[in-house]
Ligand binder design. Structure first.
Ligand code: PGA
Length: 249
């Protein structure tokens, strides 16, 4: 029986934009009709977090794209969950494939960051996903389950976690996973949660899809029973982000 999982759409702006373009994105979101049936989060670059929080409509939450696993100290260049909370934010993205593959973050570090962010009272969008080579070798589930296990070991309260399944081969490539491909992994992740955590957590945890989602392909993906929303990169910088927010309407 499908639990009522609220649709969730995050916009990950990555390292894009400047004050003026971000002002434009926010102005567009502020005048748009955003469904109250969807939890909407945007994640600007760290230096624009405060500005975004101050100017975006209250129905849209703001997330950091990353954080460290300590609350303060000699960690040049890093941001702590305590600081993210301090400017009034509630969310952080962790384990994004670019953190894993460009910056070499390991499953263990990501797990520690998830544990620390949750313990500081943030909610976490925790990302997992396989490389094309993993998929071609038939190792998708093995890789994704290993990533989710490292996260799971650091989660006490799953109501503060959204899992983002983002196949690396689909991110920023224009090669979106088919609704069936995405649904298959989402279902497998839910079965994993049911076996390894609890049936209740499996039914209630949102599992969102990311990787080349756009205004044209979002509706077919959103129809899948285990796809509870999206994490959107490129298209979240464009007006079509509003169509993605409303994909279930
Ligand atoms: P994309 O990025 O939508 O540009 O493929 C998705 C993501 O990295 O979250």
């Amino acid at each position: 029986m499908a639990a009522a999982r609220k649709f969730f759409v995050g916009g990950n702006w990555k390292m894009n934009g400047n004050r003026s373009s971000i002002e434009g994105i926010i102005a567009n979101l502020n005048k748009s009709e955003v469904s109250i049936e969807t939890d909407v989060i945007v994640a600007p670059p760290a230096v624009y977090l405060d500005y975004t929080k101050q100017t975006i409509q209250s129905g849209i939450k703001v997330a950091a794209q990353n954080c460290y696993k300590e609350s303060k100290g000699a960690f040049t260049g890093e941001t702590s969950p305590a600081m993210i909370k301090d400017i009034g934010l509630e969310w952080v993205i962790l384990g994004h494939s670019e953190r894993r593959h460009v910056f070499g973050e390991t499953d263990q570090l990501i797990g520690e960051k998830v544990g620390h962010a949750l313990s500081e009272g943030l909610q976490v969008i925790a990302c997992v996903g396989e490389l094309l080579s993993d998929r071609e070798a038939g190792n998708t589930n093995e890789v994704v389950f290993k990533q989710v296990k490292a996260i799971s070991e650091n989660v006490k309260d799953w109501s503060n976690v959204v899992i983002a399944y983002e196949p690396v081969w689909a991110i920023g490539t224009g090669k979106v996973a088919s609704p069936e491909q995405a649904q298959e992994v989402h279902n497998d992740l839910r079965v994993w949660l049911s076996d390894q955590v609890s049936v209740d957590v499996a039914q209630s945890t949102r599992i969102i899809y990311g990787g080349s989602v756009n205004g044209a392909n979002c509706k077919a993906l959103a129809k899948q029973p285990d796809i509870d929303g999206f994490l959107v990169g490129g298209a979240s910088l464009k007006p079509e982000f509003v169509d993605i927010i409303n994909a279930r309407q």
